[in-house]
Design a protein around this ligand. Structure first.
Ligand code: ADP
Length: 404
């Protein structure tokens, strides 16, 4: 049983092909810089004889359709997938599912139309997700296409936490509320944390920190999301690579009135030119460390602000949860950046948080507990695997479809 997972961005398609019988990744890769002169197709194929082939091909990939063709051709040539129609399902990451979607959903015309309706809420992501879905429906038209929503896991957040204190009609008529994102990742690492701690997820209170280019924190009570830092869109909350996170909501008005910035200018600035990039000119955490190590004050300031914002959320979620069994770090920064982890945890001893500096430095891609001897809770570093989670959710859905 083979399941392809697609995560289509505005100029990229990330993919993984799984053999669900033994949960092996048969092929994975990414087509990047779609529409630019030099696009890249990076991929890794696991051949039947066990050999692993890693390749980077540089060519012009004009659009998503050509990119997807390229991906399928590559998998056919390497024989991991004879035909697109040999797939048991295709799982699609869809960023915004609004209030409609609480679980993985088989895609049909109605579902496509609902995802389209959500475009105003996720203008950067949902159109790209739709492009991937529509193309894959052409390539493999009899194969079930399943949408797995980033917002679904957060549908358990209670009303008092998801409503904004603005006129209630804006929620009732326009669905303006907190939705939360990265749900697939928060849920996946929460399940892994439960396995690691050898306790049922339903008994655990966790604070999960997904720190990548985007970033969010989730408060998990007895296995369910009860609050999260991203809001109606993925712009709210933490300081991110290029996104501002929380700001005074009066700032856009001020910019419009005093700096002659249009709504579009402001939206672009907050999403693409703010966050770490806005503060120090760089959005990649590795580059920011290099700058700070070389004495760059703006990079130091960016690091201070980044970690301070996360600390504030940890404190808030302790108050919300009462008891916390584990703090979980994941995402490119959460998994790899021991300095950021140490800086976030520094000063949180009152909450029972302290890390073991030696354990914190180990980087082996495995799940580990980096808590120090004084720590009253586990501090877990867990590699996320959104693609695997999407594949598993797609598979269970396909089974249900067949059974019913
Ligand atoms: P995305 O949100 O796009 O999936 P990732 O989860 O891959 O992003 O995270 C990207 C971030 O992780 C970048 O800021 C990158 O610098 C950072 N990162 C990756 N590896 C390391 C590392 N070894 N040390 C510090 N930061 C890292």
């Amino acid at each position: 049983m083979k399941i392809l997972v697609l995560n289509s961005g505005s100029s990229s398609i990330k993919y993984s092909l799984f053999d669900m019988l033994d949960l092996r990744v048969l092929a994975s890769g990414m087509v990047e810089k779609i529409g630019e002169i030099q696009s890249l197709h990076k991929y890794c194929i696991r051949h039947i004889d066990g050999n692993i082939q890693e390749m980077v091909e540089s060519q012009s990939i004009a659009d998503h359709q050509y990119g997807l063709k390229n991906i399928i051709q590559q998998m056919q040539q390497s024989k991991v997938l004879a035909h697109a129609t040999d797939l048991s399902a295709v799982g699609h990451r869809v960023v915004h599912g609004g209030e409609k979607f609480h679980q993985p959903t088989l895609i049909d015309e109605n579902v496509l139309s609902e995802i389209r309706k959500m475009i105003p809420l996720a203008p950067l992501h949902n159109p790209a997700n739709l492009t991937g879905i529509e193309l894959m429906m052409q390539f493999a038209d009899n194969v079930p296409q399943v949408a797995v929503f980033d917002t679904a896991y957060h549908q358990s957040i209670p009303e008092h936490a998801y409503l904004y204190a603005i006129p209630i009609e804006l929620y009732e008529q326009d669905s303006i509320r907190r939705y939360g994102f990265h749900g697939t990742s928060h849920y996946y690492v929460a399940k892994q944390a439960a396995k690691t701690l050898d306790k049922p997820l339903e008994t655990l209170n966790l604070i999960t920190l997904h720190l990548g280019n985007g970033g969010s924190v989730t408060a998990i009570k007895q296995g369910e999301s009860i609050d999260t830092s991203m809001g109606m869109t993925p712009l709210e909350g933490l300081i991110m690579g290029t996104r501002s996170g929380d700001i005074d909501p009066a700032i856009p008005y001020y910019l419009n009135q005093n700096k002659a910035m249009s709504n579009e200018d402001i939206n672009n600035m907050l999403n693409k030119n703010s966050g770490l990039k806005g503060i120090c000119g760089e959005n990649d955490m590795r580059a920011i460390h290099a700058m700070a190590d070389a004495g760059d004050k703006s990079a130091e300031r960016a690091l201070d602000m980044y970690c301070y914002r996360i600390k504030k959320y940890i404190g808030a979620y302790f108050a919300v949860l009462g008891r916390v069994d584990a703090l979980v770090f994941t995402g490119g920064i959460g998994e790899n950046d021991s300095r950021v982890r140490a800086k976030i945890c520094d000063g949180l001893e009152l909450f029972g948080i302290s890390i073991d500096p030696n354990k914190n430095e180990i980087r082996d891609g495995e799940i580990k507990d980096i808590k120090g001897s004084q720590s009253t809770l586990s501090i877990l570093v867990i590699p996320t695997d959104e693609e695997m989670e999407i594949a598993m959710q797609s598979m269970s859905f396909v089974k249900t479809e067949k059974d019913s």
